[in-house]
Design a binder for this molecule. Structure first.
Ligand code: AHR
Length: 660
């Protein structure tokens, strides 16, 4: 009987797997610390910028006025008529009927009552974020219509009409003149708007009404939102892919992204329809256009500011194959190829060259030192390759120093993907752009994806990826810990194979909490604040802990890529003299690690950066931005073996300094 009870109790404890009685498994890992392997590119971990989710207009581009030039398809979109007191009047949209102007339309405000005011207000991009005490630079073009002395008033206010700043202007010329005024806000508000009022009777033509915070990134005019750029700078990204993404391709070819429309004075940049405006039926965004205020000059400057290599992706004569699929006939590809050559000249050419001169006139005589370009975004099929070969031929002849990135379609496997790789194996493409928006499970299973890739073919650019806990763009596919942890595990495989995978970028980068189309995304923001997701912190832990060379980390002679839910990669940083280990445990239970650093003489204290959460469904929000954020700890090291308790569902970066 007693024997029976004992057997039952043993069976009970074993069967239930109770954590308090289960011994933690010990993993003995060996790090070949004195055998530096392939180099890891300085540019390995980068960022993908696309104007999706209000990433540019309404996002990083600090302009507060939506539809500032009245060029949206509905010219008054974003603007509403307003009156004060007994004010009344009319608004007319006029067409300049000029050829060669990017900016065809303007408004006439006609105020018809002497007892009050009449005009327009601009709602901003889901409101305007303004701060108490901050200065706002207002610029606009105006022309007086008749002889009357028109009195204009500009105000920052809340939607109920409470005023936070006010400034007046009068004495307008009969010719178009650009005027500049400054507003100082007396309050902080995330949904302010800009009022443009004519006091009393008067008629005036207005165009290109623009409002920027004085406080932009590096205080530049036509600048970028400083807090959002800071988040990018903190990533210390190796490169910036720009401008996408599908916006490169456009819904139709005439709506493709054309870099030449994005340089020069902002008022001369031709507005473009943003293909994300109508793309996702459950998140239609009719007010999504591209002012192109953040254009190629600002992009190159941003990359330079934050020490990232620019990686422009250019149209290859194909509109988005998910949309119209329109393609340029083979005998009409020259302008597309010329656009690439001209962009290279714009970035690198001497100031006496046609495009180099424009760069210099815009304020940057020195070269931007562009080293690579992508031909086409996410293209696939024969039609892509016959076009790609033409680009490759010309570019390799004329600009042999420029690396070429070629597409491999939207999927990381399947017929089109295999076809692409068969084509590209013997090409002169330097990098092949692979995309994967897949489940956490896919990411875990693919941690060894590159272990057996051909070492002799083109290199891989993991150009767009993100772990989606639910299907693509599902409204509740959150940036939760489950997604971030699976990316951390997968990325050990990218680092381990840094001889093949030479660059990687999470996608998309930004999303406005009130105006997104696609999720998950790396950084979320509203009109005043922003929040880094756990996925961001995973990226940051990789990019700020990038070694110079891969070294092997093994368990029983094998790479660590998912057995017992454990993932690991290792590198040495020759410059700082440290061994850097990335360790990921995706199981719930903690594990014990015994890490033998073979051939290394190490110092007594190592630095641990730990990223973890109280559950897989946890995430960060604007209200709780640091719910999941890395913490730092010191770890004592004695001899060559490090003992480490790796908690469940945790990502750790361990930096072990070598003795000099
Ligand atoms: O990142 C969002 C989109 O995903 C990109 O625009 C496109 O390249 C991919 O399909």
């Amino acid at each position: 009987m007693l024997k029976g009870i004992i057997i039952f109790l043993i069976a009970f404890y074993v069967g239930m797997g109770l954590p308090q009685v289960e011994a933690q498994k010990l993993h003995k890992l060996t790090v070949l610390a004195n055998k530096p392997g392939p180099e890891i590119q300085h540019s390995m971990w980068g960022i993908f910028f696309e104007d999706i989710n209000f990433a540019a207009d309404g996002g990083i581009y600090a302009e507060l006025v939506k539809n500032r030039s009245f060029e949206f398809y509905e010219p008054l979109m974003g603007w509403k008529k307003i009156k004060e007191g007994e004010g009344k009047g009319k608004v007319f949209i006029l067409n300049k009927n000029q050829k060669d102007t990017a900016n065809l339309h303007y408004v006439t405000l006609s105020s018809e009552s002497s007892n009050g005011a009449f005009g327009l207000f601009n709602e901003g991009f889901r409101g305007m974020g303004i701060r108490e005490g901050a200065l706002y630079d207002l610029t606009f073009y105006a022309r007086k219509v008749d002889k009357s002395n028109v009195k204009l008033r500009f105000e920052l206010s809340d939607p109920d009409g409470k005023t936070f700043a006010s400034v007046k202007a009068e004495g307008f010329s009969k010719d178009w003149v650009k005027y500049s005024l400054v507003l100082k806000s007396s309050a902080t508000h995330s949904h302010a708007c800009l009022k443009v009022l004519v006091d009393g009777i008067g008629k005036i033509d207005l165009d290109f009404i623009s409002l920027f915070p004085r406080d932009t990134w590096k205080n530049r005019k036509n600048g970028l939102r400083a807090d959002l750029v800071q988040k990018l700078a903190d990533l210390k990204p190796g490169f910036i892919r720009f401008p996408g993404g599908c916006v490169v391709e456009g819904y139709t070819l005439d709506k493709r992204y054309q870099w030449k429309n994005t340089i020069g004075k902002p008022e001369d940049r031709k507005l473009n329809f943003n293909r994300w405006n109508t793309e996702l039926k459950y998140r239609l965004t009719p007010d999504y256009f591209q002012s192109l205020g953040l254009g190629f000059f600002e992009y190159f400057q941003l990359a330079e500011d934050i020490g990232a290599e620019p990686l422009p992706i250019l149209n290859c004569g194909m509109a988005c194959e998910f949309n119209s699929g329109e393609i340029a006939p083979m005998d009409q590809l020259d302008p597309f190829i010329q656009d690439v050559l001209d962009l290279i000249e714009f970035a690198n050419g001497p100031v006496i060259s046609k495009w180099g001169r424009i760069r210099a006139e815009m304020g940057h005589p020195a070269s931007f030192n562009l080293k690579m370009v992508g031909i086409g975004n996410e293209q696939w099929g024969e039609q892509y390759f016959e076009r790609y070969w033409k680009f490759e031929k010309v570019l390799k002849e004329k600009c042999p120093q420029i690396k070429l990135v070629s597409g491999a379609g939207p999927d990381p496997e399947g017929e089109e993907f295999n076809y692409a790789w068969r084509q590209l194996k013997n090409s002169k493409a330097d990098l092949v752009d692979e995309h994967y928006y897949r489940s956490p499970d896919w990411f875990l299973k693919n941690a060894s994806r590159y272990d057996n890739y051909d070492r002799k073919g083109p290199k891989v650019f993991a150009g767009e990826y993100a772990s989606h806990t639910k299907g693509d763009s599902n409204p509740i596919s959150r940036n939760n810990w489950e997604s971030a942890l699976s990316e951390a595990a997968f990325m050990t495989g990218l680092e381990r194979n840094a001889d093949v995978v030479q660059m990687a970028s999470y996608a998309p980068l930004f999303a406005h909490v009130n105006a997104w189309q696609w999720n998950p995304d790396l950084i979320w923001f509203d009109n005043l604040n922003s929040v880094a997701t756990p996925n961001y912190f995973v990226q940051k832990l990789y990019s700020t802990n990038n070694g110079s060379n891969v070294i092997q980390i093994l368990e029983n002679g094998a790479v660590i890529a998912g057995k017992d839910s454990l993932y690991a990669s290792a590198s040495v940083d020759k410059k700082s003299g440290e061994i850097i280990l990335k360790l990921v445990n995706v199981a719930k239970a903690p594990v014990k690690l015994s890490l033998e650093l073979k051939g290394a003489v190490v110092q007594k204290t190592a630095r641990m950066q730990i990223l973890s959460a109280s559950g897989l469904s946890q995430y960060n929000s604007l209200d709780a931005p640091e719910n999941i954020a890395p913490i730092e700890k010191k770890l004592k090291v004695s001899g060559k073996t490090i003992q480490l308790n790796l908690e469940g569902q945790t990502f750790v970066v361990l930096r072990v300094p070598l003795r000099k």
